[in-house]
Design a protein around this ligand. Structure first.
Ligand code: SF4
Length: 335
């Protein structure tokens, strides 16, 4: 029987050939620099490829190099990041851009890992893709592909991650970028997470232990997830003479972004409303990693503006104020 290393040694060249023939045409695969790879990897951390494709090009038009991003205001960066979610990534990306601008591009995995917002996975991806270093990047996608290839039924934890990092390091070919991206691409379009993988299109079909046993979907084995917390929120879109009330969020989730006035409620609906004419009401929900917001929104015409809020026109909201997508259902009222 082949050892795990032998299987991976046989798998590496098959993956490279497959990736070169089948890779998707994605904007961050063209004219790559360390900075553009950093932007792409940070955007891709928690956002779907399709959503990143739209925002990546516009972001680089606004901030083509680390210099422009390093010197931008926080509000400009947040606006350019709008709809990508997980906004702390944008703040960290700007910090990382300042480091690149002031100190130059890092040359080692440790240097890459020390950039703001860069964890082990992203450090591996940037080292492999932009620096040509044999440093594996192991995330959930890669773990899925590898646990299937080796039919490894261990419950996924840091120890399993370390094991696969070491196994990959031992077989890493010289084409580090294609190998790293090939693993990600296989997980994204062939060895997919939900439903049956497309083994008939997989370069590893003849090697893969899970496939040969007809047990692809038994892997990976994950620990049970904790239930997500539910919070109820009343959201008030206050309108006065074509202007809408906004305030900046303080500490915690979505810090520094702009929002409509809101408050945590005991349950959905039933709020004491601010004084004014109620024009519309609707419910919406938004799911974060650990929290689900169930929101009831109220569009209310008020008689006077007050100094507790910034009062912005629809055009100003469109161009200047980054409102997180969590409030997207109520942004539709701003016209
Ligand atoms: S053969 Fe199937 S299960 Fe195995 S790695 Fe390929 S797609 Fe995944």
């Amino acid at each position: 029987m082949q050892t795990e290393t032998e299987i991976l040694q046989a798998a590496a060249p098959l993956l490279l050939s497959w990736f070169r023939a089948n890779q998707r045409d994605l904007p961050w695969r063209k004219n790559r620099t360390f900075y553009t790879s950093l932007v792409a990897e940070i955007m891709l951390q928690q956002t779907r490829v399709e959503a990143v494709k739209e925002r990546y090009v516009a972001f680089l038009e606004k901030f083509p190099t680390e210099k422009e991003l390093a010197l931008a205001s926080e509000d400009e960066v947040m606006k350019a990041w709008e709809r990508l979610g997980y906004y702390s990534r944008a703040r960290n990306l700007q910090k990382a851009a300042k480091t690149l601008f002031e100190e130059g591009t890092p040359r080692t995995w440790v240097g890459v890992r020390s950039l703001a917002g860069v964890g082990d996975y992203t450090a591996g991806a940037l080292s492999s893709i932009a620096l040509g270093l044999k440093e594996p990047a192991v995330d959930g996608n890669v773990l899925r592909v590898l646990t299937r290839l080796l039919a490894d039924g261990s419950v996924i934890d840091d120890g399993v991650k370390r094991k696969f990092t070491q196994l990959l390091r031992a077989v890493y070919p010289d084409s580090t970028a294609d190998f790293c991206e090939g693993l990600m691409e296989l997980g994204a379009i062939v060895c997919v997470p939900n439903g049956a993988p497309f083994c008939e299109k997989c370069p590893w079909a003849g090697l893969c232990r899970a496939h040969l046993a007809g047990e692809e979907e038994r892997f990976p084995v994950r620990a049970e997830k904790k239930a997500r917390k539910v919070e109820y929120l009343d959201v008030f879109v206050l309108m006065c003479d074509g202007r809408y009330a906004l305030k900046k969020r303080g500490a915690g989730l979505l810090r520094g972004l702009w929002e409509f006035p809101n408050r945590v409620a005991a349950t959905s609906g039933g709020a004491d409303l601010p004084v004014g004419v109620l024009l519309a009401k609707k419910t919406a929900k938004h799911i974060f990693t650990h929290v689900e917001w169930r929101m009831t929104g109220y569009l209310i015409q008020v008689e006077e503006t007050t100094s507790d809020f910034v009062w912005a026109t629809a055009e100003e909201i469109e161009t200047l104020y980054a409102i997180p997508s969590a409030f997207g259902a109520f942004t539709e009222w701003v016209k």
